[in-house]
Design a protein around this ligand. Structure first.
Ligand code: ZN
Length: 140
């Protein structure tokens, strides 16, 4: 497996840049997941690990449940939402994310650099296998 974003393929590196910047909507990404990670497949068949989170949240949900969690591996919520257009595949090692709050289809509020927590189940994997080291998680 080639390192993320490396290599000759220009399309891969453009997509990798997009993953690190705004992210890519889950339904436009080729995603898979297992108990150790969530994987983005490039058209070259290179694979890299990504984070998955709900970037579009309904205001009612946001008021009752608060901030969405960020997922690192195939927990129940991540597996259920690998194709959900409200979810975004991204890589943000400082754990800051774009978040849009919606009332039906209208965006009523947004945050550009919102700190979000890692989901409790995914956090356990990070602790167990990667010593709580996010960089190690994405590098390994
Ligand atoms: Zn999770």
């Amino acid at each position: 497996m080639a390192a993320c974003g490396s290599g000759e393929n220009g399309l891969d590196s453009a997509l990798f840049k997009q993953l690190q910047q705004g992210g890519i909507m889950a339904n436009f990404a080729d995603l898979s997941a297992d108990e150790r990670g969530i994987y983005f497949r490039f058209s070259s068949n290179n694979i890299c690990k990504i984070m998955l989170y709900q970037a579009r949240v309904q205001e009612v949900m946001f008021r009752s449940k608060g901030d969405p969690f960020v997922h690192l591996c195939g927990c129940k919520e991540a597996l259920e939402n690998l194709k959900n257009p409200d979810f975004i595949a991204t890589i943000s090692l400082n754990l800051r994310f774009f978040l849009g709050i919606y009332s039906h289809k209208v965006q009523t509020k947004f945050f550009n650099d919102k700190p979000l927590q890692i989901c409790p189940q995914c956090a356990k994997v990070l602790e167990m296998y990667f010593n709580n080291d996010l960089r190690g998680f994405f590098g390994g």
